[in-house]
Design a protein around this ligand. Structure first.
Ligand code: SF4
Length: 386
């Protein structure tokens, strides 16, 4: 019988506010409550609650060293560097960390200056992920982004000076976008030599203004053309395509790779989800989504910030594992599969036999890999497990 092994461990910290809500966004984010002193006090109250949760969750690490911290949102760059310093400092005091820990933070080009970026770097952030989404003024307006093309370019230039390790987030297949517009956006983003790029297609999520009132998006053929030509451009520029939407010239993102490898993660903050392997089981917890409820859940006696806690059932386990792991293009070895699920590798082969016959996956004695055709049919494979 295979044994579920505790995998590597990360920490996710959710900071849930944005200047305003983008119409395509279904993340747990809220319009910033107030400007000036009131806003600062509100952020400070949230940080207090967050640190309290961190103290109570740290025990779940089981003494494992964390490999990464990720400050996501929302727009974490709305928080002043002093708050970010407190959060990172407390996490590092409470948790053992690997020496070369990756500490990432998301930032919006409309909320940073060279001084605040330098403040985040001093606070301990060593990887900055900048959400530019496009460098074309027309599409930035269609996405209702808060920043202009000029602000995005200024922010990239400042980030490059301060963070040798940075990521740009860029979207394609935007409302009314032609293939040549999407590809020139990509080429311009690459002219800044980002060590890492997240290049992903806009999707319409149901509970968003775009989902309710869909704008006209490029046809499937145009999106396919964008992807094929974009992948070629990225390859020629020296980028490795290591995950569905992630490209790197240097190293993969440690934090996101840990999710995709079905690693464990502690999580704190409104709406944050954690996954921890303990005593041969996987426990998932989700927190209250509204920041005020979350603060009350932590600061008022007798209340809790946990919305849901559940143990992943054996039936869900294989689906959850593949949902994450098939996003990465490197093969899955038998020892990795067995350590991550506690299931025998032979069971995986049995479950995927029909896809092997259809040429979507291939097995060797001790590894599974998607075929080139299979990379386009990951959802078909996953649907079989639902
Ligand atoms: S800035 Fe990012 S997190 Fe905030 S609403 Fe827009 S897409 Fe969502």
């Amino acid at each position: 019988m295979s044994q579920l092994q505790p995998p590597s461990l990360s920490l996710y910290i959710h900071l849930p506010w944005c200047i305003r809500k983008c119409p395509y966004c279904d993340f747990n984010s809220f319009r910033v409550p107030a400007a000036g002193t009131a806003g600062r006090q509100y952020f400070a109250a949230y940080t207090e609650a967050l640190l309290r949760e961190l103290e109570s969750e740290a025990g779940e690490s089981g003494g494992r060293k964390i490999v990464s911290i990720y400050l996501g949102g929302g727009t974490p760059s709305l928080f002043p560097p002093e708050e970010i310093r407190r959060i990172i400092g407390t996490a590092r005091n409470l948790l053992a960390t690997v020496p070369d820990i990756e500490i990432s933070m998301e930032a919006n080009p409309g909320t940073v200056t060279p001084d605040t970026l330098a403040g985040y770097r001093e606070a301990g952030v060593n990887r900055l992920s900048l959400g530019i989404q496009s460098l074309n003024e027309v599409f930035l307006r269609r996405l209702c982004r808060i920043h202009s093309r000029e602000e995005a370019i200024r922010a990239i230039s400042a980030v490059r000076e301060i963070f040798p390790n940075f990521n740009l987030d860029l979207m394609h297949s935007l409302p009314g976008q032609s293939a040549s517009e999407a590809l020139s956006d990509l080429s311009e983003a690459l002219s800044f030599n980002p060590p890492h790029l997240s290049w992903y297609q806009l999707t319409l999520e149901e509970n968003t203004p775009f989902g309710q009132n869909p704008p006209a998006l490029p046809s499937e053929e145009v999106s396919e053309e964008i992807c094929l030509e974009g992948f070629r451009i990225l390859e020629c520029a020296g980028y490795t395509h290591y995950e569905v939407s992630a490209f790197t010239r240097e190293r993969p993102c440690i934090h996101n790779s840990n999710y995709w490898k079905f690693g464990d993660y502690l999580a704190v903050g409104a709406g944050a989800h954690s996954k921890i392997s303990m005593e041969g089981r996987i426990v998932r917890k989700a927190r209250l989504e509204n920041p005020e409820d979350y603060i009350r859940g932590l600061m008022e006696p007798g209340k809790s910030c946990i919305r849901e806690k559940r143990i992943v059932s054996p039936e869900e386990l294989l689906f959850e594992y593949l949902l994450n792991r098939l996003r990465l293009f490197e093969p899955i070895s038998a020892p990795e599969f067995e350590a991550g699920t506690g299931l025998p590798f032979a069971e995986l082969r049995e479950r995927l036999r029909s896809f092997e016959e259809d040429g979507l996956v291939k097995f060797t004695e001790d590894a599974l890999a998607l075929t080139a055709r299979g990379t386009s049919f990951v959802n078909t494979i996953l649907a079989d497990f639902l």
